[in-house]
Ligand binder design. Structure first.
Ligand code: HEC
Length: 97
């Protein structure tokens, strides 16, 4: 391979890698919504998140609760999948900063 082509393909490869890494890091709200709607309605529906006596008062409590409900349901989600569902629930219902 001659040098300009090598430099071009290396640059394109690195750009693709950076795009992918940046993309993979941000929580995916659409993915979270899909996971939540497909797996979380066997015990409660989403009205539980807006009940007046909600037990969730912080983002860390929300993370713990999603972790807890996920393990009760034995879903085997990755940390990224749990993160997507936390982000979806927070953006839709809780709105913690
Ligand atoms: C095995 C039954 C069960 C399943 C399945 C389940 N949950 Fe729950 N969840 C509960 C119960 C029971 C409560 C209420 C706990 C309480 O009031 O102390 C609750 C409460 C919650 C709350 C707190 C609501 C609030 O604001 O007070 C969140 C958030 C939550 N669940 C998320 C999820 C998610 C995400 C899933 C899917 C991974 C899920 N749950 C699946 C049983 C379940």
């Amino acid at each position: 391979m001659d040098q300009p082509r090598f430099i071009l393909s290396t640059t394109l490869f690195l750009a693709a890698l950076m795009f992918y890494a940046g993309h993979a890091k941000a929580a995916d709200l659409n993915q979270g919504e899909k996971l939540y709607k497909a797996n979380c309605f066997s015990c409660h529906d989403s009205s539980i998140h807006t009940r007046p006596d909600s037990i969730i008062h912080s983002l860390s409590a929300l993370k713990k609760r999603v972790q807890f409900c996920e393990s009760m349901n034995k879903l085997g989600w990755s940390d990224a999948q749990k993160g997507d569902v936390v982000a979806y629930l927070n953006a839709t219902f809780y709105k913690f900063k």
